[in-house]
Design a binder for this molecule. Structure first.
Ligand SMILES: [Zn+2]
Length: 61
């Protein structure tokens, strides 16, 4: 079994680990109210999921 000739430096290892959260999680447009929402989640604005009202949308009071 060949093995690595040199141990990677801590800087190299940490640079690799620093990159994993660079892309933000995707946001999709709600088909009901066209607000941006997290995919596969109930829309926080209108409370709709898959064309049905699941939860009552937050009212400002
Ligand atoms: Zn919505």
């Amino acid at each position: 079994m060949p093995s690595p000739k040199r141990k990677h430096s801590k800087a190299r290892r940490d640079k690799r680990r620093a990159n994993w959260k660079l892309t933000i999680p995707g946001l999709v447009e709600c088909p009901q109210c066209h607000a941006e929402k997290v995919p596969h989640h109930v829309c926080p604005v209108c409370g709709f999921y898959k064309g049905k009202s699941i939860v009552q949308a937050k009212t400002e009071d």
